[in-house]
Ligand binder design. Sequence first.
Ligand SMILES: [Mg+2]
Length: 190
Amino acid sequence: MRIGLDFDDTLADFSEMLVRLTQERFGIDLLELHRQGKPGKPEVGAERWDVMLKDMLEGDLTVDMAPKHEAVEIAQRLAARHELVILTARYEREMPSALRWLERHGIPTAQVIWTDRGPKSAPAREHGLAVLFDDTAKNFDDFVEHPTVPALFLGATVSPRAQEPGAHVRHHLSHWREFEALVERLEAEG
Ligand SMILES: [Mg+2]
């Protein structure tokens, strides 16, 4: 099978670094803000916030993002039997750092696709993805009657807003091990 994987907050722990840098650079507790339902950008200031995100996505910081728990081991196991396709909404200029992260952690990929912040439904279909593992519910909004099974990674993203997946998103997974089990079920179902 061709297995689609999101990058930020699915493979690499973007949010953990975002929370840490917001504290280190600005002394602001992003988790506490989010508990109050407030986004970080206005508190930090738009300009400083955008510089931080650019540093994280385009610079060396991506390479230092921690993997999500057991993501590397499980992705490697899956790659032994399946083709892994990275499907990220990153811009092209943000890809060199992501590719270096994948190389650093020894994750074999059949293909790496970026959408420049565009939707993922068309590329998922075009590239024959059997399943897509992604932490952002809204990425699946247009996966209704779609050949790719949407698998939502719960709790991976730090956000002041609750995610509301559509009813067609039936798989809500809180750990990579649950995703591995889903892939095995899909494989058995043929
Ligand atoms: Mg993501």
